[in-house]
Design a protein around this ligand. Structure first.
Ligand SMILES: Cc1cc2nc3c(=O)[nH]c(=O)nc-3n(C[C@H](O)[C@H](O)[C@H](O)COP(=O)(O)O)c2cc1C
Length: 448
């Protein structure tokens, strides 16, 4: 069985590990910060570049490159924002870090803030994480008391503080520009980008870096082991470890940290997670949170990888890194792997997902605001016993008119599940229509 390689979650589940600062210090806490202060900010940035670290928030964008886009000449303050919104269904990794090892995040943030020269940092935490916000505030207070935060930290000449900001429980606040608007006290309508990205015009129209919790924790370990050593974990383009959250029909759902590409989907599900429930067969997998396209158990995935090599995979062969699920036509997203066995009613599963996106659309862009409601209503009606032959095409048509027509990627997040579920399980949508008690009735029908 593949062995977990825990870097970020190293101490998270140790029985005698507590989240207070004394325990953290006993385990070498804040020593890497002292190492970082002996380096120049640009040297830390170079280590992050060399590490090949890609963001763990969903898009997998190279962290060092994002930091490079920062407008350092504007004369305005630079801000660091930690995205702790973690609201993608199927994802529960950042929570483990914040609840069990908050000082790791704080240390990663101070080092990152020092590198980008941000004197003010924020943790934007999901509204439902009441306990998480309390834990972080306590930890920040402890760090301040030991002079790891505040003025002239450890006599380095660098000053920085962190503010915890609680969201009010909206998925869109995880989108970085929606988050920034919310942090400014406004309704979280995402901003149009390009031309201006947060690294140039972000919080309070100032240069801002938004990074995920897991990403910022990695910065600490990069400084500890050097970027070059970090890049040896995983494979080129897919470096470091990733925390995968597995939920659904497996014997041992949970969070597991492995080197990127260190195991396949089959090894994860059949060995690490103890396999499916007795007597059950796999039906489908969503590999990267509910917005990722669903993969059918009997699909074959063929093509060329970035390095030019050809692949021909079944679902169990997909490597768990950034590029594997993408090559299979989906994405690794936020690392939320959702397993569905043959007891799953696909139409109901989609109806559940569309209900989520319909509830969470911010309403700024018409195709999304209207489209997600129609997708919810149609899929709900189907499940309510009035499924029609034309529904599958109707759902597809609506999803296709959302994709690419919205300010932020929420539109894609809502459209991709619909497109992939309908496309890959047309037979089930058809069967719903054929067996629906109401669909055979003649006469004028309302759309919903
Ligand atoms: C609708 C939507 C929701 C998102 N939710 C989150 C989230 O909860 N947490 C997160 O880190 N990134 C989320 N993202 C991605 C962020 O916009 C952003 O890319 C990320 O925080 C950047 O951090 P990274 O570079 O470290 O990955 C979301 C994106 C979209 C479009």
């Amino acid at each position: 069985m593949p062995e977990e390689h825990r870097i970020i979650l190293k101490h998270a589940d140790e029985p005698d590990y507590t989240r207070d600062i004394d325990c953290y210090l006993k385990h070498g806490g804040y020593e890497i910060l002292q190492k970082a202060f002996k380096m120049k900010p640009d040297e830390i940035h170079q280590e992050v570049m060399d590490s090949g670290l890609r963001g763990r928030g969903g898009a997998g964008f190279p962290t060092g490159l994002k930091w490079k886009f920062l407008d350092r000449k504007s004369g305005k303050p630079i801000y660091l924002v930690c995205n702790a919104d973690e609201s993608e269904p199927g994802t529960f990794k950042d929570k483990q870090i914040m609840y069990k090892d908050p000082h790791q995040l704080i240390e990663g943030m101070i080092i990152s803030a020092f590198s980008i020269q941000a004197k003010q940092a924020f943790i934007y935490i999901r509204g439902e994480f009441f306990e998480g916000a309390r834990i972080l505030e306590e930890a920040i207070e402890e760090a301040r008391a030991k002079k790891f935060l505040g003025e002239n930290i450890l006599n380095s000449g660098f000053s920085c503080d962190i503010v915890v900001h609680r969201g009010a429980g909206a998925y869109i606040c995880g989108e970085e520009t929606g988050l920034i608007e919310s942090l400014e006290g406004k309704r979280p309508y995402p901003r149009i980008k390009p031309p201006y990205f947060p690294a140039v015009l972000g919080l309070y129209q100032s240069p801002t870096i938004v990074n995920n919790v897991e990403t910022l924790c990695n910065v600490k370990h990069i400084v500890e082991m050097t970027g070059k050593e970090f890049s040896k974990i995983g494979s080129p383009g897919n470096t470091g470890t990733r925390i995968w959250c597995v939920s659904g029909h497996v014997q041992k759902p949970g969070y597991y940290e492995f080197p990127c590409g260190g195991l396949t989907m089959g090894e994860m599900i059949n060995e690490v997670c103890g396999g499916l429930m007795p007597g059950r067969k796999l039906k489908a997998i969503i590999p990267g949170g509910s917005s990722a396209k669903v993969l059918r158990a009997d699909e074959r995935f063929k093509g060329k990888l970035k390095d030019g090599s050809e692949f021909d995979w079944g679902i169990w062969d997909i490597p768990l890194d950034f590029d594997g699920p993408a090559a299979a036509g989906s994405m690794s997203g936020s690392g939320g792997i959702i397993i569905m066995d043959d007891s799953t009613d696909i139409v109901q599963a989609l109806s559940n997902i569309t209900a989520f996106y319909a509830h969470e659309s911010c309403g700024q862009c018409t195709p999304c605001r209207e489209g997600v409601q129609w997708m919810r209503k149609i899929s709900k009606r189907m499940c309510g016993g009035d499924a029609r032959e034309e529904d599958a095409d109707l759902l597809l048509s609506i999803a296709n008119q959302i994709e690419g027509r919205t300010i932020c990627a929420f539109g894609e997040a809502a459209a991709w599940p619909v497109q992939s579920f309908v496309d890959k399980f047309k037979d089930e949508f058809k069967a719903y229509a054929e067996t629906s008690p109401v669909s055979s009735e003649s006469g004028d029908k309302q759309l919903v």
